[in-house]
Design a protein around this ligand. Structure first.
Ligand code: PLP
Length: 432
């Protein structure tokens, strides 16, 4: 079935299954939604990766988003090595964490105070605790089709019918906890207004991915995000923009800047760590000072503000500030121009925001999770395999987005387009 030699990846995966649950450290890596065994990567440089069998791919996953500069960017590698030589962790304040915090605030003035953590999940969890502590309310509002990490009360899906109370979306999440989260569809202004009329006074915070990029790329109308800002404000609730993907990828001010909306709290991850495990939450001083030790909302971390990770994040943000964001936006436009004639014969939409893109097997592209045609997953399975065989690595799930980096050259983008010319007719059958 495959022209790829993958025997070493296959052998490693066979061993991994006896060592790690499902053979992986995070579920989607296991390739279950595209079939076949996962590919073990051994090395990356710029926009290219090599697997354990020596196959080379143009990487359109970029570690699920963090690598906005591509793999092993020299400035990031240098910063990591230099920091590591001085000691990898102290558990004390360091100048390195100030350097990153200073940069974050310079780039995103809404981040008057920043607390560093070690993952996006931890950033979101902590921001929600802060919102609940600051408002004295428990109810959290989220939107179907957004992902915010794996805290119990965020592993919640929409209830049946008109009910907004969330239902647990994982074993091990108590219904009582799932019940502290309400779930609404993205983009539905009527549902939003009705919900706030009925329950606005109970809401601690609404959390949203302003550029929803975890269930495909479900781009929102500005009016929806503006209404969410207005409703939360009127209800005395906080608005959390989960910018774990969009933050420092779309530009210095992320999606908040893109839409000109000021959330109360921002969460970061992925790009902010330059490929090392960093998350952060940030906002107005008065709000953030309610976090311990200044305030009553507890949150801590042994490796938080880790100097090696901070150095990687600083080097990455500096490179992005010095021309990186313009390059990312331009790379996105270049890819779109190349793909337009390639996609035209097929019922496939390119959804794109800057350097984030998604191929939706439907026209027009969906803006809410319930509009996503699930039949696309089968087509994606075929597409994914055909692209691997042609040296292009997309995320192993139909609902994960693609990412470009500043290291994607014209040749890389042309290779992606050329691979799609061959692969799309296989995936879309006789539609061409
Ligand atoms: C990836 C992601 C998270 C979780 O971050 P982890 O570092 O994987 O814990 C949270 N929110 C959004 C929007 C994400 O894309």
């Amino acid at each position: 079935m495959t022209g790829l030699e993958l025997s070493r990846s296959r052998a490693l995966f066979a061993e991994a299954q006896g060592l790690l649950p499902g053979g992986v450290s995070s579920p989607v890596r296991a390739f279950r939604s595209v079939g076949g065994d996962p590919i073990f990567f051994a090395r990356g440089e710029g926009a290219e990766v090599w697997d354990e069998d020596g196959n080379r791919y143009v990487d359109c996953c970029c570690s699920w988003g963090p690598l906005a500069l591509g793999h092993a960017h020299p400035a990031v590698v240098e910063a990591v090595c230099e920091a590591a030589r001085k000691g990898t962790s102290f558990g004390t304040p360091t100048a390195e964490e100030l350097a990153l915090a200073r940069l974050v605030r310079e780039l995103q003035p809404l981040a008057e105070r920043v607390r560093f953590v070690s993952s996006g999940t931890e950033a979101v969890m902590s921001a929600v605790r802060l919102a609940r502590g600051a408002t004295g309310r428990d109810l959290l509002l989220k939107f179907d089709g957004c992902y915010h990490g794996h805290a119990d009360y965020l592993l919640v899906k929409a209830g049946s019918g008109l009910a907004t109370a969330g239902q647990a979306d994982s074993a091990g999440v108590p219904e009582a906890i799932a019940g502290t989260t309400a779930v609404l569809p993205l983009g539905d202004l009527d549902a939003l207004r009705a919900f706030f009329r009925e329950r606005g006074a109970e809401v601690a915070a609404a959390i949203v991915e302003p550029v929803p990029a975890n269930c495909g790329l479900l781009l929102q109308e500005p009016a929806f995000l503006e209404a969410l800002r207005a409703e939360t404000r009127a209800a005395g609730a906080l608005l959390i923009f989960d910018e774990v993907i969009s933050g420092f990828r779309l530009g210095p001010r992320g999606a908040a800047g893109r839409y000109g909306i000021e959330p109360d709290l921002l969460t970061f991850g992925k790009v902010i760590g330059g490929g090392l495990p960093v998350g952060a939450y940030a906002g107005r001083a008065e709000l953030m000072e309610q976090v311990a030790p200044s305030g009553p909302v507890y949150q801590a971390g042994t490796l938080s503000g880790n100097p090696v990770a901070m150095a990687a994040g600083r080097a990455a943000l500096e490179a992005l500030r010095d021309g990186g964001w313009e390059r990312l936006a331009e790379r996105g436009e270049r890819l779109a121009a190349l793909l337009e004639p390639v996609l035209a014969p097929h019922p496939v939409s390119l959804v794109r925001e800057g350097s984030i893109f998604w191929l939706a097997f439907q026209e027009p592209a969906p803006r809410a999770w319930h509009q996503v045609d699930r039949a696309g997953a089968e087509r994606y399975r075929v597409l994914h395999r055909a692209l691997l065989e042609r040296g292009v690595y997309l995320a192993p799930s139909a609902y994960e987005v693609g990412f470009l980096s500043t290291a994607h050259t014209d040749e890389h983008l042309e290779a992606i387009a050329a691979a799609l010319v061959d692969a799309l007719p296989l995936a879309c059958g006789g539609s061409a």
